[in-house]
Design a protein around this ligand. Structure first.
Ligand code: ADP
Length: 265
């Protein structure tokens, strides 16, 4: 099939959007949505940021960004995204579903349709960064977004992993996808890199890497390791409250690591 006839409309809509970043992971549960939300909070201190939750079957961003019960509204200019703050907006299928399980059985064309609506029909403000939280692996959603952004361009992808060998193996698949889809790889973030004891603040390895972790993989593949974020109960707590851990615990190892990553993005 040829290019989507709506591409010019999407390009026009995203005319004022500078950097479009895909947040990817080979596996679920490695902290991709957590990272997307925390990166968005951090970038929005100094930039205009929009987040597009295209994890159509498991939208979790409304909750972890603290806007779970909001609604999207329609105006003559299209849908208005939900504003988390003045400089941070979010669009998620989660805002439109009657209940949490409603999208689980959606098939490719319907997912593609909703992702297209997020890009073509949403009245996004002018954005410095648009972050896409994608489902784990490479599936219909990834192909859709790559095709729909063909003309307006994807700036790069950030790949989330844990140090565990099974997760690292799947990073290779994400890298392969990016290379085939011609999406520049910005680098890898190793999450849950170690455990920070809430009592003594000592950091210990939780998934002891058998082959050198994400650093060794990045060295081998010639891509940057953007940073390592430890497993810290305050990260989980911030997500449960829909908060930024960089705000609630700015000196925590996780917040320090995130700040370093933000500088590299
Ligand atoms: P994914 O989007 O990759 O499926 P999530 O972002 O939903 O993963 O994270 C999975 C779980 O792990 C969530 O409960 C989240 O709060 C928790 N989590 C993620 N990163 C950390 C971390 N660095 N420290 C503590 N908990 C974390």
């Amino acid at each position: 099939s040829g290019p989507d006839p709506d591409l010019p409309l999407i390009t026009q809509r995203l005319d004022q959007t500078h950097h479009k970043l895909l947040i990817l992971s080979g596996k679920g549960g490695v902290g991709k949505s957590t990272f997307t939300a925390q990166l968005a909070f951090a970038l929005s201190q100094t930039h205009e940021v929009g987040v597009v939750d295209i994890d159509v079957c498991g939208p979790s961003l409304p909750k972890i960004m603290g806007v779970e019960r909001e609604d999207v509204h329609r105006s003559s200019n299209g849908w208005t995204p939900v504003f988390v703050s003045d400089s941070l907006s979010l669009m998620s299928i989660g805002f439109m579903l009657p209940d949490e399980d409603a999208a689980v059985i959606w098939r490719g064309p319907k997912k593609n349709g909703i992702i297209k609506q997020f890009l073509r029909d949403v009245d996004w403000p002018p954005l410095d960064f648009m972050l896409f939280d994608t489902p784990p692996g490479t599936s219909d959603e990834h192909l859709s977004v790559v095709q729909l952004l063909r003309d307006s361009g994807i700036s790069g992808a950030v790949i989330l992993t844990t140090p565990q060998e099974v997760a690292l193996q799947d990073v290779r698949k994400e890298i392969d996808f990016c290379r085939k889809a011609r999406v520049p790889i910005m680098g890898v973030v190793e999450n849950m890199s170690g455990f920070v004891c809430p009592g003594c603040r000592h950091e210990s390895a939780i998934f002891p890497p058998t082959t050198g972790g994400a650093q060794a993989l990045c060295d081998e593949l010639g891509i940057p390791l953007l940073g390592r974020i430890p497993l810290d109960p305050l990260v989980g707590r911030a997500c449960d409250f829909g908060e930024s851990f960089a705000d609630s615990a700015p000196t925590s190892p996780a917040a320090v690591a995130l700040a370093e990553i933000v500088k590299r993005i």
